[in-house]
Every structure is written in structure tokens, then in C-alpha cells.
Design a binder for this molecule. Sequence first.
Ligand SMILES: NC(=O)c1ccc[n+]([C@@H]2O[C@H](COP(=O)([O-])OP(=O)(O)OC[C@H]3O[C@@H](n4cnc5c(N)ncnc54)[C@H](OP(=O)(O)O)[C@@H]3O)[C@@H](O)[C@H]2O)c1
Length: 340
Amino acid sequence: MENRNRQVLLRQRPAGVPTPADFEIAEAPLPEPREGEVLVRGIFLSLDPYMRGRISGQRSYARPVEVGAVMEGRVVGQVAHSRDPNFREGDYVLGGFGWQLYSAVPASALLRLDPVEAPLSTALGVLGMPGFTAFVGLDEIGKPQRDETVVVSAASGAVGAVVGQLARRAGARVVGIAGGADKCRWVEAELGFNTCIDHRSADLGAALDRACPSGIDVYWENVGGAVQQAVFPRLNDFARMVMCGMVAEYNDVEPRPGPNLMSAVRKRLKIQGFIVSDRSQRFAEYRAIAAPLLRSGELKYREDIVDGLDRAPEAFIGLLQGRNFGKLVVRLAEDPTQRA
Ligand SMILES: NC(=O)c1ccc[n+]([C@@H]2O[C@H](COP(=O)([O-])OP(=O)(O)OC[C@H]3O[C@@H](n4cnc5c(N)ncnc54)[C@H](OP(=O)(O)O)[C@@H]3O)[C@@H](O)[C@H]2O)c1
């Protein structure tokens, strides 16, 4: 065990696209767990688009990260020292420990992980918050029916990959939208989407017309921007638009003008946003469905693993520009369960 902690702090609130200068790497003494607390050594840190909102200082559904504070984030780690009877040294846990190597946290804030059930890192992606987001949004808003056409943006990403696979299991025709030929190939060949469109292609509208000859019944919104502009006029009567996120717009300084909403009346559209944490009581239900599918190989996933805490800022900046391919995770330390 190191005798110092290492942390990434928010140095200043970014104006527009974040830069490495908005973050600061700092050393700190190792935290001392109090009675009822546990010292956790991080193994994998999750980087997620929502973190852009947390550092903007705008009013939102969650409190922002303060300037000078440790960046917020979910971490899979191992108990290094326990002062709580429910956890022992060596246990694997998940919690919101932030962008740092060590943290001392109340035992009540920990979720125990079983590395035999699934690789530890999956607790941050396919079996964690992003996968659960896909499940909730489809089950409660998208409700894809057999032979309907479902379009999923950021299709190769942590949320999008699960959305498409669950929609396929519901019998829908699934069209992905992703950035680049490699991502599209993987979405079709590995995830089994019917087709995938590169959003960088010259005429996205024409590509959507070819891929969706019967129009679009469900649109899973992950990106906003030009993709949303192309999809919106192609929605069918009674289409559902699942407003999960608009990552292409997170670095904007001014909000962009939205689509004209008269067609929402004419087409009787349902456009609904959601925040997955409002539905956390359904998490065990998702795990019970997804974990066996993962074990049997029916639910596929991909992780983009970056080594070292110091690379977290640069990797996070890249996430907001589509440089990740799969669930973005930072490896803070070697995963002991993966040793040969
Ligand atoms: N509502 C909720 O509770 C909830 C929960 C979790 C996540 N979300 C949202 O779900 C979305 C996906 O999150 P995720 O964790 O699965 O991330 P992700 O898809 O793994 O990574 C983000 C992806 O967004 C795309 N992207 C980034 N910048 C873009 C740009 N400027 N223009 C177009 N595409 C861009 C890129 O994919 P391409 O290269 O393929 O375009 C990138 O790989 C985000 O909007 C996130 O905020 C919402």
C-alpha cells in the first residue's frame, strides 16, 4: 500500500471544452478510517458524460463539484483496512469514492461485489449505472414492440450498446448511430444491431432514410446536436423519444435552438427525459436479468481502459468528443482477480 494518496481536483470550472488546466493532480495524506468506516483502495474509476454537468456549476438535479474538491466518480475498489464488522480486508466494493487512489468511507455507502459473478469492471458499465440506464429508459419510456424501428445514438457506448441489445431481444429492428467505421462495424457484427450509420457521413438524413424505410418508432437520444436534427423529422406517429442525454452539447456555452415542436402535436409524440438514479429501487431487477445474459455471452460489452489516475482528465475530455470506444474506465491499480 502506498503511504500517500493521489487525487484529481477541479482547479477551475471549464468554459466550453474542458482542458487539462481545469484539473489538478495533487497528493494528500492517506485517509484514516474512523469507527464504522472502511479504507478503500481504488482499482477501476468510471468516467461518465454526466461529470461535465457536475463541473459546470449550473443548477441541476445533483450538486456540483466545488472548485478545489476531488472530482466525483464511481469506483470499484478493494478494502485495504476495515473498521466495520460487515467488511473485511480484501473485500471488493463499489462506491462513489471520486477520482483518487484511496478513500475512507462509511461502510453503509458501499455495495459489495462478487468477482465470481462478473469481472469487477463491469460494475461500472454493462452491469452498473449505464446498463441499468438502458433498461429503465426502454422499459418505462421507449417500450419497443416487435418489428418497430429503434434508433440508438452513441450506439457503441456504455448505454447505447445495452439499449440496442435489449431492443433486439424485444424483437425490434435496431439501427445504431456511431462515430466512425470501426465503431459501426462492431455495433453490427458484435452487438447484432441490424445496421449502424456513421454520423460523420456526408448526408445523415439520407442514410437514415435508407436504414429506416418505415420511419422511426423509438429514438434513444444520447447525443443531441446534428444527430437529433436528422432523426426528429423522421419520427413516426406515436413515436417515443427517450431523452437520456445530449453529450454533443455538454460543452456548449449557450443552449442551442431546439427542433420545432409542432410535429410533437401532429404526430402525437412522446418525448420524455429521465434520470436513472430516480429509479434505483429497480437496480436489483436489472442485475437479475443482465448478469445471467452476460455470463451466457448473450449480452456483449466493450470497455475502453486507460491506465493511471493521472490520465483521467485527458480521457474524460476525449469522452466528450467521442474518442472512447466502449465504456470508459481508468485502471487505478492492477485488478487482483485478473492475475494469471
Ligand atoms: N439520464 C440518465 O440517467 C443517464 C445515465 C447515464 C448516461 N446518460 C447519458 O447517456 C449518454 C451516453 O452515455 P455513456 O456513458 O454511454 O457514454 P458513451 O456513449 O460511452 O460515450 C459518449 C459517446 O458519445 C458520443 N459523443 C461524444 N461527443 C460527441 C459529439 N460531440 N457529437 C456526437 N457524438 C458524441 C461518442 O460516441 P460516437 O463516437 O459513437 O458518436 C462517445 O463515445 C450521455 O448523453 C449521458 O449523459 C444519461
